[in-house]
Structure formats: C-alpha cells, structure tokens
Design a protein around this ligand. Structure first.
Ligand code: FAD
Length: 656
C-alpha cells in the first residue's frame, strides 16, 4: 500500500533503485534529530521503551549543551523536571550530579508551587549527559546534519496522509526509520545577531539548519519566526563581590530526582550567587543606541518572561532591574549576569557593564548575542506530539515555540515514548491537564498555539494543589511503567514503596486520636485550640504549620517513628496533611474536566465539509487547523463559542 519516495528531494533509496552496488542504508525504529535537551530525552525515552534508536546531531561534544543560563528548574519549570524524572527521564538525575547552588523558590507560598531550582556546572552537566547517552542500551549516537526527510506517500488511488520513513544527511546518506523526531531547537534558519551584524548560526559556534527548514515549508507546515538572546559572560576575578548582596544556597539541598535523598555536593561546599542592579546610566546607553541594535528593532517576538535588557528599559523605563551574578561552574572563571541579555554592539555592552555596581572593572569575556529562528505552529501537532500532516513525524522542544531546557526536556520524553509506541502500534501516551504540568504545556501548545516563546508557569495550571512537585511519581511513574515500559524496575519499586508507605502513614495518622488538651501537653509548640468534646487526629495536628513528622513522632513514637526513617517520606506526609481537606473539592473539579475529555472527536473528520453539525465558517477553520482530539480540547481553542461546543457534543454523541 505504501511506496518509498522522497517528496522533497525525490532521492530514491538504494532499495527502490534496485542498485546492488549502492551503500547499505541502516534502519532503526526511531530516529531523533538533535542532541539538545529535547533530543537527549527523546532518544533515551524511545530506547527505554525498547526501540532501536539513533540520535543524529551536528556534534557529539555539544550533546547536553546549555545554550544560555547555567541553571535548571524554577517556578513551574521545577514541576516539569519532577514529571520528566517520574517518567525516568534524564535531566533531573543529571542535575543532581552537577548542581552547584540549590535553592527552592517561592518558599513563602505552599509546597504545591515551590520551584526547585539549581545553578548547574555546565561542563559537569554535559559530561554526565554524554556519558548517559553514550551508554544507553539500544541507542546509537551519530554525528551528521540532517537535510531532508524520506517520505512514503500513499500509492495512487489510496487516500491518507504521507508517512515519514527516514532521513537524508548532508553527505547524501539515508537512514531509514519507523518514526522520526525533530528537536532542532533554534537551528532552523537560525541567524545570530550582535548590533547591526547578522550571520547564519543556530547558536554561538554552530551552523544553522537550512535544508530541513525548507523541507518542512515545502511539506506545507506553517512556520513562524521568534527570537531570543543571551547575556555577555564576565571574568569572575574582575568583579568586586565584596560590595554586593551575597545569596547562599539552601541547607539541606532538595534534590530534583525521586531516586535521590541527597545531591552530590554538600551545601557548605556549594557556591554563592550575588545580586546587583541596573541604573539610569544603563537605560541611557540602551536608549541612545537603539539605532545600532537590529535585534530590538525586529518585529519578531522574544521571550516575555526572560526579556532582554533593551526590552525591559523600553517597557519599564526609569526602573532598576535585578542582575544576578551566577557561577557557570565549580572551577569556571566565568560569571553569567542573569537579567542582562543584550544585543548591543560588543563595545557598548562593555560600556554598559562598567556602569553597574560591582562590575566597574569587569572584563567581558564574550559579548551577549541574539538568535532569530523558525518555529512550527504547534497547533499542527497532536497531544502525542505527532504531526497532523505527516504520519510518524514528531516535533519536540524549541521547534514548537517553547523556551527553556525544562519545557524542551518535557516534550522530548513524551515524543520519545510516543514515537516508540507508534512503532509497536500501541495507543499513544497522553498526559492530560488534570495529570501533570506536561499535560498543560502540551495542551496549551496544541490548542492555543503560541506567538511568543512559551514558558511554563504555575499560573497556567488549573489544578495546582494536586499537581505538586512532591507527588509527580504517584501521578506518572505507574502509568509510564505499565503503559509504555519507559520506567525502570528500580524506579517502579521505589515509587511503589513510597506510595504504600504514604497511604499507610496517612491512615495511621488518621487513626491516632487524642483530646486537644493531651495534644497540647505532648506538643506544646503547636497552636492547637482546646476543644474538650472532640478528639483530634494526628493528621489534623500535622496540618499545623509548626508541626512536622519528627515532632509528631517524638510525641507518639509508636507507631509513628517508622515514618520518619526516610526524610523524603516524612516531608511528603507533611505535605499530604497540609492539602488533605482542600483536595477533596479539587478532585470533584478534576472529575468534571475528565468527563469532557472523555468525549473523543473523530480523528479524520473534515470540519470544512462535514454537514451534520452546525458550525460557523470561522469555527470550522479553527477546528480544521488545530484538530482537537476531545471536546475539552476543542472548548479551549480561542474563539470557540459555547453554541459551537454544544453542537459538536451533540454530533459526537450521535456518531458514537
Ligand atoms: P537545542 O538545545 O537548541 O538543541 C538543538 C540540537 O539540534 C542541537 O544539538 C543541534 O546541533 C541539533 N540540530 C539542529 N539542526 C540539526 C540538523 N539539521 N541535523 C542534526 N542536528 C541538528 N531559554 C530560557 O529558558 N531562557 C533564556 O534566556 C534562553 N536564552 C537563550 C539564548 C540563546 C542564544 C539560545 C540559543 C537559547 C536560549 N534559550 C533560553 C533556550 C534554550 O536554550 C532552549 O529552549 C533549549 O535549549 C531548547 O532545547 P532543544 O532541545 O529544543 O534545542
């Protein structure tokens, strides 16, 4: 039924030419293009699921490279990392081997929205990531630039979409595969910008990807253009840290991975960060030189939540902006000035840096720069990250309009799992909005699209109290293990142990009941109000801010002591107690959303022509483009009217 042809360059394969002297073309289950944060997770996940996988990337020595900030995690992003880890992804474990300053953000708020974050040693991260990738069973790593896709189109007379069946490298060689994942980051028609100078590059020191961008456009994908930027790097010894605010790491450090109770480095050996501020002189340099700054003049959209200093000065004039001085590594001589992303000509960047307190004598080692690149409208992919246009072709990472390592890693793991499931004809693995931040990220992208670099935030998530960083394993590890095989036996057993002890611990805490006056005697520190008539459970006592499991277990050693032998278990019991009452309401809301999600829309419906449902032309066009998979997803498409949703619902019920 399927014939092998390349639609784009019509490169016939050795097999279809019948040429016995042609070199043998290798065949894999899954090809992943790109060794960045999405690509490494995708390749490792596909291999964990049992697929013979090849990772094709420009250079093996840039695998795991952090293109911009030397840090992982943060508000919302830390949640994504815990979820990637729950699916046995790599970045959290590797951060626990390479972090140099661990700090939980948002501590003033509840643990549901804490943001696990760490400064990372760039070189250590890259080394550990490369070691992991090069030693993953079933995974081959090959250097090369992919220029084209091999497509298999339906034979004449057969309807249906074309399907990807391999890739063509710059040297003309072909690699065949059952599924292909594109994770090319900022490389598609990438242009690097400093001042008025522009030249083609994916990022500093790397060639852009032109052929592949043309291929995608020829195939009919809707392409947009975005921009981002990075700050200059400063020599550490040239900074006067003595006059700046010093920020020390947390003690103890909170690890990213569920597999770890500690990280590789003690808090007292970690490095500090320092805080300084911009001033009116910085504004003056930026404003006086706008004519020398083509990146700022560009109408393409940059990251709203990680803006350049030029955007900040233009949007919020006469304000002092924070500049965090962050170490790039344990032994690195470089400091990353977070908040000072800039594309002014290099000599003006130096002048600007010298105006800032503590940086008066600072030496700029290399200038900041901007990158402009193509991205693909993410409404062209399904929640499993497969494209609507070409079967078995998956997109993940910055190519889908996101920004950030964590957003890329989260998409990578989902694309890797689904590319592998596709090979074995199994149903896709989709995380819903009610199950994880990953679900929110992908649902936002695939239903709303994005016109500026998308980053994750807790405020995008409806069910924040249930989707917490502490319980990502309970939400995703068991599904990952049973439905996909991407989770190792070791992790499954660890998560099962934790789940059993959590459930048992909560029921034991509920069963221990004393009068409030007895509790007052046992734990005088707790602000328990005296109510003589009702006994109070240990779970209710644990809800008090000043009570933790250790305090409770000292008061009632038997049977509570055993739940404090693991620091992580004790911490999680406290969090479970904190949210116990409010979660009952949230579970009800989740059930309502899940009801909508259960109404599946027909996959191949042609919304432009279907007659049995009354929809406006505008709504038809929106549905045709985004192809939502459920009524819930359809209702989130901007511009969908309640009447259109009711009509769609009736239609689905009639066709079921
Ligand atoms: P990348 O990490 O970019 O990896 C892409 C990979 O694909 C590379 O290994 C490349 O070699 C490979 N590749 C590309 N084309 C081909 C091809 N044709 N054949 C083979 N291999 C190919 N994020 C933030 O959160 N905050 C920021 O402030 C920020 N600033 C940034 C500034 C700059 C200058 C850049 C470049 C990025 C910045 N980012 C920032 C974004 C962050 O680096 C990315 O979001 C993240 O790295 C995306 O991961 P990815 O895997 O999608 O792509």
């Amino acid at each position: 039924r399927w014939a092998v042809v390349s639609l784009c360059r019509r490169l016939p394969s050795a097999r279809s030419r019948g040429d016995s002297t042609a070199p043998w073309s290798p065949r894999f289950d899954v090809v992943v293009i790109g060794g960045g944060h999405a690509g490494t997770e995708a390749a490792a996940a596909a291999a964990r699921c049992g697929s013979r996988t090849v990772l094709l990337t420009h250079r093996v020595d840039t695998i795991g490279q952090m293109s911009c900030n030397p840090s992982f995690g943060g508000i919302g992003k830390g949640h994504l990392m815990r979820e990637v880890d729950a699916l046995d992804g790599l970045c959290s474990r590797i951060c626990d081997q390479s972090g140099i300053h661990y700090k939980v953000l948002n501590r003033r708020k509840g643990p549901a929205v804490w943001g696990l974050r760490a400064q990372i040693d760039r070189n250590l991260y890259k080394q550990h990531m490369q070691k992991e990738i090069l030693n993953t069973p079933l995974l081959t790593v090959q250097e090369g630039a992919v220029e084209d896709l091999v497509l298999t189109e339906p034979e004449p007379g057969h309807s249906g979409k074309c399907r990807v069946s391999g890739v063509v490298l710059a040297d003309g060689s072909t690699i065949y595969a059952e599924s292909v994942i594109l994770t090319t980051g900022t490389f598609l028609r990438g242009m690097m910008v400093i001042g008025l100078e522009m030249h083609p590059a994916g990022r500093l020191g790397d060639q852009p990807s032109i052929g592949l961008a043309q291929t995608l456009e020829k195939l009919g994908f809707v392409v947009g253009r975005l921009k981002t930027g990075t700050p200059p790097r400063i020599a550490k010894e040239s900074i006067n840290f003595d006059i700046l605010n010093k920020h020390t790491p947390d003690n103890p450090s909170v690890p990213f991975s569920f597999l770890n109770e500690t990280v590789w480095i003690k808090p007292e050996d970690q490095l500090p960060c320092y805080l300084t501020y911009t001033n009116p002189k910085v504004d003056e340099i930026v404003l006086e030189n706008l004519h020398l700054n083509s990146h700022v003049k560009e109408t393409t959209r940059g990251p709203r939540y990680c803006p350049s200093i030029e955007s900040k000065v233009l949007r919020f004039p006469k304000r002092l902006h924070q500049v965090w001085l962050e170490p790039e590594g344990m032994d690195s001589d470089l400091i990353y000035p977070q908040g000072l992303s800039v594309t002014l000509p290099a000599e003006l960047q130096e002048k600007m840096i010298a105006c800032i307190r503590g940086l008066e004598k600072a030496k700029m080692v290399h200038p900041g720069y901007g990158v402009q690149y193509d991205y693909l409208d993410p409404r062209q992919i399904t929640p499993s990250l497969e494209t609507h246009l070409v079967q078995r072709l998956f997109f993940a990472g910055q190519i889908n309009g996101t920004t950030g390592y964590e957003e890329a890693a989260a998409q990578g793991v989902i694309a890797g799992i689904n590319a592998s499931l596709r090979v074995s004809c199994k149903p896709p693995f989709v995380v819903s909005r009610t199950e994880g931040y990953i679900g929110v990220l992908i649902d936002d992208l695939t239903t709303l699209g994005t016109s500026e670099p998308y980053r994750m935030f807790t405020s995008r998530v409806e069910f924040r109290l249930s989707l917490r960083p502490d319980n990502a394993d309970v939400r995703l590890t068991f599904r990952g293990y049973k439905e996909t095989g991407c989770v190792s036996q070791q992790r499954y057993e660890r998560a099962s142990w934790m789940k059993t002890y959590l459930e048992e611990g909560i029921s034991v805490l509920k069963s221990i009941k004393f009068s409030s006056s007895k509790w007052k005697k046992l734990i005088p520190q707790a602000s328990i109000s005296i109510n003589k008539s009702l006994p109070v459970s240990a779970l209710d006592v644990l809800k008090h801010e000043e009570v933790d499991m250790e305090l409770l277990a000292n008061a009632v050693p038997e049977p509570l002591k055993k739940y404090t032998t693991s620091r992580e278990l004790a911490r999680r019991l406290k969090i479970e107690a904190t949210y116990e009452s409010v979660l009952l309401y949230q579970l009800q809301e989740i059930k309502e959303v899940q009801r909508d999600e259960a109404f599946q829309l027909p996959k191949d419906l042609d919304y432009l022509t279907v007659k049995d449902v009354s929809l406006s032309q505008e709504v038809r066009e929106k549905l045709q483009f985004s192809r939502p998979q459920t009524i819930g997803a359809a209702s989130r498409i901007p511009g969908m009217t309640p009447a259109a949703i009711i009509n769609l619902l009736r239609f689905v019920k009639n066709t079921q």
